[in-house]
Design a protein around this ligand. Structure first.
Ligand code: 5GP
Ligand code: ZN
Length: 113
């Protein structure tokens, strides 16, 4: 198994896991891009957003709901935060297991880089 996020989900690789519910886990990003930067992933291995199918409606929904829940848990909800899902090269995806970044604790720029 090559996927590092599958390894983290299987607890075969260390990570600061802060959430594990409904087939979704979240952990602190190893290279934070904001004062708070958490990565939320489904336990199911799906390589990119392009690979999502109708069968993954629940997975996708759980992912976004978990991100929202985490934002509140981390104290970001009122001030605001950003959710990011990168896809493939131009999207800046570097780990090919879908994930949602939760970024907060500072004002985000728009347009994004
Ligand atoms: P992407 O660039 O694919 O959207 O996001 C991948 C994210 O995973 C990056 O922000 C990167 O810092 C993070 N990351 C990569 N490898 C690891 C790791 O081994 N542990 C943790 N906690 N985060 C990682
Ligand atoms: Zn994976």
């Amino acid at each position: 198994m090559e996927c590092i996020f599958c390894k983290i989900a299987d607890r075969k690789m260390p990570a600061k896991i802060i959430y594990d519910k409904n087939g979704v886990i979240a952990f602190h990003d190893i290279a934070p891009q904001a004062p708070t930067h958490v990565v939320v992933i489904p336990k199911k291995h799906i390589a990119t957003l392009n690979d999502l199918t109708g069968e993954d409606v629940e997975v996708a929904g759980r992912l976004v709901l978990a991100a929202k829940e985490l934002a509140a848990q981390l104290g970001l909800a009122d001030q605001g935060y950003r959710l990011v899902l990168n896809c493939n090269n131009d999207g800046g995806q570097t780990v090919f297991h879908i994930h949602c970044h939760v970024l907060g604790g500072r004002r985000m720029m728009w347009p994004p880089g």
